[in-house]
Design a protein around this ligand. Structure first.
Ligand code: ATP
Length: 357
């Protein structure tokens, strides 16, 4: 059995934004396994603001993909998702995502909230031309195919691809970067309001990753999108994201504006994650991998789940969950009893500008 019960204090006020497009409350995913209950999303609550770029970051296996799947009620069987997920369309009544029937969720998934997964190659059927994927998606959702293909061409051109050539190619005839851009165009063809991307650029080289991020910024402005970008690469996404949510051991541990996280992160895990990330300004000798390993979801430590790896941990951290709390500002939230001591105990390995709002 898991020794860890969901204990995070979820004071709703700490998660509210002025105009939420998605409200996630107490989202939890469990898998009942032979060796115990595997809680791979642990009571996560966060609002996503209409029009923002939210970056969700954390080590591999921290639960980022589970959170993304939860937003679309797309957790794989036999995972059990609970909590409340509310989508607020630009006009119309709020939608209770977890109460939708199959038809409702199918519509919601492409037409309101669309998702791009890692690995474009495996998302395209190798026996169908790229254009066929667009047509199939439009038909399946009963969209006007002619108008939809016009939009497809425009989206492909927005992504600096030659529309006719790409539509008439098989995915394997395109480079990795071209495939990834074609997949982004496909995910936007039904005019969703929210685009969720799970490590969409992980397989690409750094230059291509950066140019795709720049393109996303242009698309976001042109099509009024809200973007949720999931990655393990904190500095990369910090350039694009307005706000960052840091995950550790299947929970959120810190949420704040990107600048605030980069310049004065207060959770010991976030500070160590920043110091562990390769950076052009820091000599390799200054890179500090985080000691210890991430917990097994069947056996998450009691109290603050980061305590076995944390230099600031004391008795309180071992026995009590710190709960989310405002720190420097009302909007810079962290789950740590010792956030005020973190900057001294875990100094950054490079100069990071402090941005006092
Ligand atoms: N089908 C499944 N059955 C049981 N456990 C699963 C299943 N899929 C994922 N998990 C577990 O859920 C936890 C969270 O996985 P998740 O994929 O959300 O992490 P992540 O942060 O997205 O990692 P990565 O960056 O490697 O994709 C992991 O411990 C993983 O082993």
């Amino acid at each position: 059995m898991s020794t860890h019960e969901p204990t995070r204090t979820n004071d709703a006020r700490t998660h509210e934004v002025a105009d939420p497009i998605l409200e996630i409350r107490d989202a939890e995913v469990v898998f009942e396994m032979d060796r115990g209950v595997s809680r791979v999303l642990d009571n996560v609550s966060i609002d996503i603001e209409r029009g923002e770029v939210l970056g969700i970051v954390g080590e591999s296996g921290s639960g980022k993909s589970m959170l993304a799947s939860a937003m679309l009620d797309a957790v794989v069987d036999p995972g059990i998702l609970s909590g409340e997920i509310t989508f607020h369309p630009p006009d119309g009544e709020p939608v209770d995502v977890l109460a939708q029937d199959q038809e409702g969720i199918r519509e919601l998934r492409w037409e309101d909230i669309s998702m791009v997964f890692q690995g474009a190659m495996s998302s395209f059927n190798p026996t169908m031309k790229v254009g066929g994927h667009f047509e199939e998606t439009l038909k399946a959702h009963e969209y006007d195919v002619e108008a939809g293909m016009e939009r497809a061409r425009e989206l492909l051109a927005d992504l600096y691809l030659e529309p006719d050539r790409v539509l008439d190619s098989f995915a394997h005839e395109l480079s990795g970067g071209m495939q990834q851009r074609a997949l982004i165009a496909l995910s936007l063809v039904l005019e969703p309001d929210v685009l969720v991307m799970d490590e969409p650029t992980a397989a690409l080289d750094l230059l291509m990753q950066r140019s795709i991020l720049a393109l996303l910024e242009e698309l976001k402005a042109k099509y009024d999108l809200t973007l949720v970008f999931i990655t393990h690469d904190l500095p990369l996404i910090a350039e694009l994201a307005d706000r960052l949510a840091v995950m550790y051991a299947f929970e959120l541990v810190e949420v704040a504006d990107s600048d605030s996280i980069l310049s004065r992160a207060v959770h010991p895990y976030t500070r160590s994650l920043l110091n562990a990330t390769p950076n052009l300004d820091a000599p390799l000798s200054e890179m500090r991998p985080i000691e210890g390993s991430a917990p097994d979801p069947v056996n998450v430590p009691e109290g603050c789940s980061y305590h076995p790896r944390c230099p600031l941990a004391d008795e309180e951290c071992v026995s009590q969950d710190p709960g989310f709390r405002p720190t420097h500002t009302e909007d810079h939230l962290a789950a740590c009893f010792h956030w005020e001591e973190a900057s001294e105990a875990i100094p950054f390995n490079i100069e990071r500008e402090v941005n006092d709002e």
